[in-house]
Design a protein around this ligand. Structure first.
Ligand code: ZN
Ligand code: ZN
Length: 639
């Protein structure tokens, strides 16, 4: 008799032991009786006969492993590293459909003929040519492709993908969530036959996800383009991994298991001895540091393709009660006269930031979360942007009964309204999560932009994400200060990155311009921004990271307690703190910036360590997975 641990895609941290008369390969799917019903699981490992009686495996579904040894090893390591349940990793790693199919899945190789369409009339710049030559496709290496916006980074990695497939290998391209638009895919399908591309993102149906996954696994497709979970795809015969916009926060999963796809990609690439390309105009400070220290190889693109200059960036003073400064209004007018499209960045979606009682100062807050509700005029409702609850707008103040309720602060909706009021003849379009949630609306807006059917685009952070819209001649960034007001040691990095990326949307065809509205234009950051000097910013930022001991000079582990009862949550974090306080440098414990979230009260503490694996090992042994305690290793957000 053989004994196996079978794992299910559930919130569990171990496999269940089953027996079999025949030898089964690790990584195969099996049908077993689990708590009285038939369930599909994956053979996770061989094991010894346990002391208790075990149930038999009812049926072996696959002849070959559906999960490779390499992926199993990777999931095991990251379950340890991120201190998250292995079952949740299994759930993230494989398409859900795999656990519903109770027959064999045909994994036999079905190699497709990949067609490469050479790009006509296109000449690489010298910098691009050198960048391509610098990458050694035959072995592991992390390359930081650091190029100003519009410098043709995409062309560099497209060419490298082309070389990879010529070597009969496959390529995985990770992209930020929002970037995976039809426009993005068309860049690839203009280059490679559509049949050779698999796509993976959260908006696909269960069936589509499975089909794309399977085609790539069977080598029917040679290129996989996907958002973060694509990092768990089958890596057999993969020869290159590209991570586009490597600074994008969507590579980090915030829910359990809280993992970072960028780090997992590098880990798997190292095991497979293949190169990884990290591409960005504003790399993270950590990546830049590694490149400067020689851990990553730096590849720089300093010039825009076609010799077009970077946009001119100007700071203008805005009064606190103004939405658009006089200068911004004038500039927008002259841009419109030149038939250029104008993009306006508003840092917040919704109509206003909050609703307040003018008489007693009562602010309407979400009853589930300790944040103020955002007024949405279109639906005349109050929404919580954290738990997505929607409330009716009250007529009177619940505290003092006054009717004098007022919206304060500005969101994208109010801005849109204001802009329509000033530029009466202009075609104005809003571009935020609320608008783009509707099916195909994203596509329509981008198409309209390309066709010149939009004069002014009022958008949130979405504006900054890689849409190559050559018509945009002017970008106005409103409310500079708000970009930096987050409780986060990376606040400057994130703010600066957003400004540079948004500014990069302008002037792709001819020199564009950017206006940054600020209450205090003379900040120390303005010089770096005006000069497009991200490296200069890095030099300054790295000094303060060192002084205050933040990454890349140490690693962080955030531990969060969470409970419906405030006292219980405090007790949970204090117990953890008791175990840690004599062993590590610990910041906190303290209330999370958003203390109440989805009806749970939350405390957190942060460990600073230079021996990450030793620290994680300690945490696994001394604290382990407890109810109400969550770990976030290498956190990106601190809410
Ligand atoms: Zn009141
Ligand atoms: Zn809420």
């Amino acid at each position: 008799m053989f004994y196996y641990k079978v794992l299910f895609p559930l919130a569990i941290d171990y496999g269940f032991v089953y027996q079999s008369e025949i030898d089964v390969k690790v990584g195969c799917r099996v049908l077993v009786d689990f708590k009285g019903s038939e369930r599909v699981g994956v053979i996770w490992s061989k094991t010894q006969k346990p002391a208790y009686t075990t149930k038999p495996i009812l049926r072996v579904l696959d002849e070959d492993s559906i999960v490779s040894d390499e992926l199993i090893g990777c999931l095991k390591f990251f379950s340890f590293y991120y201190m998250a349940k292995i079952g949740l990793f299994l759930k993230s790693a494989l398409p859900r459909k795999i656990f519903e199919i109770k027959d064999e899945i045909d994994l036999s190789e079905a190699k497709a003929n990949l067609e490469v369409f050479p790009k006509k009339f296109f000449k690489l710049t010298e910098e691009q040519r050198k960048a391509i030559d610098d990458v050694d496709l035959s072995r592991f290496g992390v390359y930081l492709l650091f190029g100003v916006t519009g410098s043709g980074k995409t062309e560099v990695y497209l060419k490298l993908i082309e070389e990879t497939v010529k070597l009969k290998k496959k390529a995985v391209v990770l992209v930020p969530e929002i970037a995976l638009t039809p426009q993005y895919i068309s860049v690839f399908s203009n280059r490679f036959s559509k049949e050779s591309i698999s796509i993976m993102h959260s908006r696909l149906t269960k069936k589509e996800k499975f089909e794309n996954w399977l085609k790539f696994k069977r080598s029917e497709t040679s290129i996989l383009i996907g958002t973060r979970s694509a990092v768990f795809a089958s890596f057999e015969e993969v020869g290159l991994i590209v991570i586009d916009e490597e600074n994008d926060e969507s590579y980090k999963q915030e829910n359990q298991p809280a993992y970072n796809a960028k780090d997992i990609a590098i880990y798997r690439a190292k095991k497979k001895n293949i190169p990884v390309i990290l591409s960005s105009a504003t790399p993270t400070i950590e990546s830049l540091y590694k490149a400067k220290k020689g851990k990553f190889k730096m590849i720089k693109l300093t010039k825009r393709v076609g010799g077009i200059e970077l946009p001119e960036i100007k700071f203008v003073k805005v009064e606190s009660d103004e939405l658009l400064s006089k200068e911004s209004t004038e500039s927008i007018k002259s841009s419109l006269d030149r038939s250029e499209t104008v993009a306006v960045l508003v840092n917040r979606r919704g109509y206003s930031r909050y609703l307040v009682c003018e008489k007693c100062g009562y602010v309407f807050k979400c009853p589930n979360c300790s944040v103020s509700l955002v007024y949405h005029k279109e639906s005349n409702s109050l929404k919580c942007h954290w738990c997505d609850s929607v409330f009716e707008v009250p007529k009177v103040c619940p505290k003092c009964g006054s009717l004098d309720l007022k919206e304060k602060g500005v969101g994208s909706q109010k801005f849109e309204e204001e802009v329509r009021g000033i530029f009466k003849d202009a075609k104005v379009q809003r571009f935020d999560r609320d608008v783009t949630l509707k099916k195909d609306s994203f596509k329509k807006i981008i198409n309209d932009l390309h066709n010149g059917d939009i004069d002014i685009l009022v958008g949130t952070q979405m504006l900054s994400k890689g849409h190559d819209v050559s018509r945009i001649g002017l970008v106005v960034i409103t409310d500079f200060e708000s970009l930096f007001s987050i409780p986060d040691f990376r606040a400057f990095e994130k703010g600066l990155s957003l400004i540079i990326q948004t500014a990069g949307r302008s002037g792709r065809k001819s020199k564009g311009s950017v206006i940054v509205q600020s209450l205090t234009p003379e900040t120390h950051l303005s010089e770096f921004i005006v000069n497009h000097d991200y490296c200069g910013f890095y030099e300054e930022e790295i000094v303060s990271r060192k002084i205050f001991n933040y990454p890349p000079f140490c690693r962080l582990i955030r531990i969060v307690s969470s409970s419906t009862k405030s006292e219980k949550s405090l007790k949970l974090i204090e117990d953890v703190y008791g175990v840690l306080k004599d062993e590590f440098v610990v910041v906190g414990p303290s209330k999370c910036p958003i203390f109440k979230l989805r009806n749970k009260f939350r405390y957190h503490l942060i460990i600073k360590t230079t021996a990450i694996l030793k620290t994680i090992d300690f945490l696994n042994k001394k604290i382990g997975m407890r109810n109400g305690i969550y770990f976030d290793v290498d956190p990106i957000n601190f809410f």
